[in-house]
Design a protein around this ligand. Structure first.
Ligand SMILES: [Zn+2]
Ligand SMILES: [Zn+2]
Length: 256
């Protein structure tokens, strides 16, 4: 066997071992498991009608999957002794900690870092079977404003297999009906991302703009102009239904 051949074999062995480790990690954090419950948490101080809109949005998206996915309302979740004796928050033990994480990792004064919160949810021990956790999706809804990367702000940020963080901040100027419908649409949209929409396999009716989005009359459209685009998407949802045919099919194939 020549030198080049030996190097090539060594490379492929290394690649294979990295792939195996990554797969184990993904299995342990439950990211590859698709049918698992959705846990909804909210920042303390959110209004009742807002919390209900988030739960209704999540429940409607779950219904559209056609799968038996459970929805758990964890509210302002706190686990056991979540505050240390010095007043600091114990990591991963309360909504307060996840929000604090978003604030600590933020480089902007009045905005939470959406990516930091979603990553904390992705790597929390509660999802890890090796640490006694159970696979689930997380939705964390806040009323503080959020940003991700270089964006001015984001309404939400979802990750396939993991869940989503949602901010209702930018809807606060709307009248009550519009505000509630936009929160519902936003929740459906972000949970749609967590359920794999819009998939890499889609070759029509999509655009790359703030991630891959649908271009049909559908809650999986991008919503750049806020709140105007979200008001329109909500009106379309009430008139034509939440998902276009293509997204409805893609949603089913994600679980199939
Ligand atoms: Zn989106
Ligand atoms: Zn669509």
């Amino acid at each position: 066997m020549g030198h080049a051949q030996r190097l090539k074999e060594r490379d492929s062995r290394i690649r294979e071992s990295i792939r195996a480790k990554l797969q184990t990690a993904r299995r342990n954090t439950g990211i590859d498991v698709k049918i698992k419950p959705v846990h909804v948490m909210i920042q303390e101080g959110m209004l009742d009608d807002e919390r209900i809109a988030i739960l209704e949005g999540a429940s409607e998206m779950i219904r559209l999957t056609g799968e038996g996915i459970d929805l758990a309302d964890l509210g302002v979740w706190r686990q056991g002794e979540y505050v240390n004796s010095d007043g600091s928050l114990e990591p991963y033990k309360s909504v307060n900690w996840y929000v604090q994480r978003g604030r600590e990792r933020s480089i902007r004064n009045s905005q939470l870092n959406a990516d930091a919160m979603l990553s904390a949810l992705e790597h929390e021990p509660w999802k890890n079977s090796e640490k006694g956790g159970k696979a689930h999706y997380d939705i964390l809804a806040v009323f503080d404003d959020m940003y991700a990367g270089g964006s001015l702000f984001v309404i939400g940020y979802g990750r396939p297999g993991v869940g989503a963080v949602i901010s209702i901040n930018r809807f606060k100027g709307l009248n009550k009906k519009q505000r509630i419908e936009c929160i519902k649409t936003g929740t459906m949209h972000e949970l749609g991302h967590a359920f794999g929409l819009v998939p890499d396999s889609r070759t029509e009716d999509f655009e790359y703009s703030l991630g891959k989005h649908c271009t049909n009359k559908c809650v999986m459209r991008r919503g750049i102009n806020v709140p105007r685009d979200w008001v329109r998407m909500s009106e379309d949802r009430l008139k034509y239904g939440a998902l276009c045919e293509r997204c409805a099919d893609d949603l089913k194939s994600y679980f199939g």
